[in-house]
Design a protein around this ligand. Structure first.
Ligand code: SF4
Length: 327
C-alpha cells in the first residue's frame, strides 16, 4: 500500500481546508480502503470526516427528504421516514452489499463509489479510468457485466450503486459544500458523468468539495414505489439489471412516473421513454409490456452482454407490474 498520512477533522471548515490541500475524504472507507490495498488508489493524505455533523434525515417542505451524507446505508434503509415515503430507496439500500458493509458505508460514499470493472482493479490491465490514455481492456475482454447504455469507445463500465438508481428515478439533488464555504446543489442527472473521452472524471464536483446531503424533492401523493434487482446470486452481488419505479396514480390514471435502471448504464439510467409512455394512461398488463419495450432504447451491447437488452425489458416490466399492480 502506498504510504499516506491520516487526519481526523471535527468541523466542515477543517475538512474543506484539508480537502483543498489535496486530502481525500474518507468516512466508512468500504470502497477506498479496498482500492488502496490494491494500489488502484494512492492518496497521500486521508481526511477522516466521520465525525462531522452530517447525519440527520429530515423532512423538507411538504414531504421531501434530506438525507445527510454521513448517514449509514443501514440507518437510511431502516428509517421510518424513508420507508414510508420512498420505499424504493429503502429497498435499493437493503439489496446492496452485505449487512456488515451497510453498517459502515455512508450515503455520500455510496454515490461516490467506483466501478466494479475487474480491469479497473487489475493494475496490470489497460484502463482509461484508472490510467487515462492507457486503453480499455474490457472492450475486447470479458464484458458480460458491463454497460449497454451511455458507453463510449473509452469506457464501458457500469456504475455499481443501487441507491443511486433510486435517487436518479426520484430526481434527487446532491448538496455539496465548496471550499469558499458555499453550498450548491446538483441534479442527480448531472452529478454522475458519462465516460465520454474522460472516464477518469466521474462526478461533477471539484477538488476539495464536500458532499453534505442528498435531497429527494417533494412528489405528489400517493406515490407507490419499489426496487427490483436481478443478479447472478441472491446476496452480496452487483446488479445485472435493476429497476427503480415510482408511480402516482389518481382517478385511475398514471399522473407521474419515475423510472430508472441499474446494472446497464455507465451511470444510473433514467428511462424517460418508459416514463413518457406511462403518463396519462390507465394501468394495465398491456401498458406495462408496451412501456417496458422502450427500456433498452439506444442500447449498444458488447460481445458478452447482449442478454442484458431483453433482461432489462423484462426487469422493468416486472417491476412496473409489482408497483402498479396486475390488472
Ligand atoms: Fe477501465 Fe472502463 Fe475499460 Fe473497465 S470499462 S477497463 S473501467 S476504461
Amino acid at each position: 500500500m502506498h504510504p499516506f498520512s491520516y487526519t481526523k477533522v471535527s468541523t466542515t471548515r477543517e475538512a474543506l481546508n484539508a480537502g483543498r490541500s489535496g486530502g481525500r475524504y474518507i468516512a466508512g472507507g468500504t470502497t477506498l480502503v479496498d482500492l488502496m490495498r490494491e494500489t488502484v488508489e494512492r492518496p497521500d493524505t486521508l481526511v477522516d470526516i466521520s465525525g462531522l455533523p452530517l447525519r440527520g434525515i429530515t423532512v423538507t417542505g411538504r414531504g421531501g427528504l434530506r438525507i445527510g451524507a454521513l448517514v449509514r446505508m443501514a440507518e437510511a434503509a431502516a428509517d421510518s421516514k424513508v420507508r414510508t415515503t420512498f420505499p424504493v430507496i429503502s429497498q435499493a439500500l437493503e439489496l446492496s452489499a452485505s449487512a456488515q458493509l451497510r453498517n459502515m458505508a455512508t450515503i455520500g460514499g455510496n454515490i461516490m463509489q467506483r466501478t466494479r470493472c475487474a480491469y479497473f482493479r487489475d493494475v496490470t490491465a489497460a484502463c482509461n479510468k484508472r490510467e487515462p490514455g492507457s486503453g480499455c481492456a474490457a472492450l475486447k475482454g470479458v464484458n458480460r457485466t458491463h454497460a449497454i447504455l451511455g458507453t463510449s469507445g473509452d469506457c464501458v463500465a457500469t456504475h455499481p450503486s443501487d441507491a443511486a438508481v433510486a435517487f436518479a428515478a426520484l430526481e434527487a439533488r446532491v448538496h455539496v459544500l465548496g471550499s469558499d464555504g458555499r453550498e450548491r446543489s446538483i441534479g442527480f442527472a448531472d452529478f454522475l458523468l458519462r465516460p465520454g473521452s474522460t472516464p477518469h472524471r466521474e462526478q461533477a464536483i471539484h477538488r476539495g468539495e464536500l458532499i453534505t446531503a442528498v435531497e429527494i424533492p417533494v412528489h405528489p401523493r400517493p406515490l407507490v414505489s419499489g426496487y427490483l434487482k436481478v443478479r447472478d446470486r441472491q446476496s452480496y452481488e452487483f446488479a445485472l439489471t435493476s429497476a427503480a419505479v415510482a408511480l402516482h396514480v389518481r382517478g385511475g390514471v398514471i399522473r407521474e412516473a419515475r423510472v430508472a435502471a441499474g446494472g446497464v448504464g455507465t451511470v444510473p439510467w433514467k428511462l424517460s421513454a418508459v416514463e413518457r409512455h406511462l403518463i396519462g394512461e390507465r394501468p394495465s398488463e398491456a401498458l406495462w409490456t408496451a412501456a417496458a419495450a422502450r427500456a433498452a432504447d439506444g442500447a449498444r451491447p458488447l460481445e458478452h452482454n447482449r442478454f442484458k437488452v431483453d433482461l432489462l425489458k423484462r426487469t422493468v416490466e416486472r417491476q412496473l407490474r409489482i408497483v402498479g399492480g396486475s390488472r
